[in-house]
Design a protein. Structure first.
Length: 231
């Protein structure tokens, strides 16, 4: 038993001596789409939601940077504008949707260092996501009276400033549209310059059904491009 512990300690020390740990920060652009399918029907594509992600990274490199494990914690914000409608001077309606997420990516990198200055790499792996907030807000103006109504996609709650639950009637559904948790699988590639600046891009596929409705499937897929600084 003691010999086994000594061997494990030796292996761990060897990996640390062979590898290098780097911490960093990054910010990037995100374009996300939700694919919805009812029953066995073909999925339909929604309008794109655009936004950004920002977060902290840790990268552990071994074998002179040929292999690396990259993980971290991200915040992602997405927004989209709904189509507006007008009926002369009597009525106008406009809406917008905003989503907030926290996620933990865990990616394996395979890279090729070039002259100690540039490292080109490909990556792949999962991203574990929890939804913080997902709301659609609709602004309505009817005959000069303005009202703002907000729908929470996670709990189905409908709220409006100045209006009580009784006044809103049965607008809330007590269920919601989306589940909070998702797992995405992503692949992509990037370039590391001078061991401190990284630019990468990739695509991520949602593996979980986000819909709370029976007979309906909603998957979120997205494109991400980001730049990071390590230290």
């Amino acid at each position: 038993m003691r010999a086994t512990k000594l061997w494990l300690a030796f292996v761990a020390a060897s990996l640390v001596s062979m590898g290098a740990m780097a911490q960093g920060i990054h910010v990037g652009y995100v374009q996300s789409r939700f694919s919805t399918a009812i029953g066995d029907g073909a999925p339909s594509k929604s309008e794109a939601m655009n936004g950004f992600e920002a977060g902290f990274d840790q990268t552990f490199k071994i074998a002179k940077g040929i292999i690396a494990v990259d993980y971290g914690l991200n915040y992602t914000y997405l927004a989209s504008e709904a189509a507006s409608a007008e009926a002369g001077d009597l009525m106008s309606v406009s809406g917008r949707m905003k989503n907030h997420y926290l996620d933990i990516p865990v990616h394996l990198q395979i890279g090729v260092p070039i002259l100690g200055v540039v490292r080109v790499f490909a990556y792949g792996g999962p991203k574990f996501i929890v939804g913080l907030s997902s709301k659609t807000t609709v602004d309505m103006d009817v005959a000069g009276t303005s009202t703002t109504v907000t729908y929470n996609h996670y709990n189905g709650k409908v709220t409006a400033p100045g209006l009580s639950d009784d006044e809103l009637g049965n607008a809330s559904d007590d269920t919601g549209t989306f589940k909070r948790f998702d797992i995405m699988m992503g692949v992509g590639g990037g370039v590391e310059l001078f061991k401190h600046l990284t630019v990468k891009a990739g695509y991520e596929w949602g593996l979980m059904n986000l819909s709370k409705a029976d007979g309906m499937t909603i998957n979120r897929n997205q494109f991400v491009v980001s730049a990071g600084l390590s230290f």
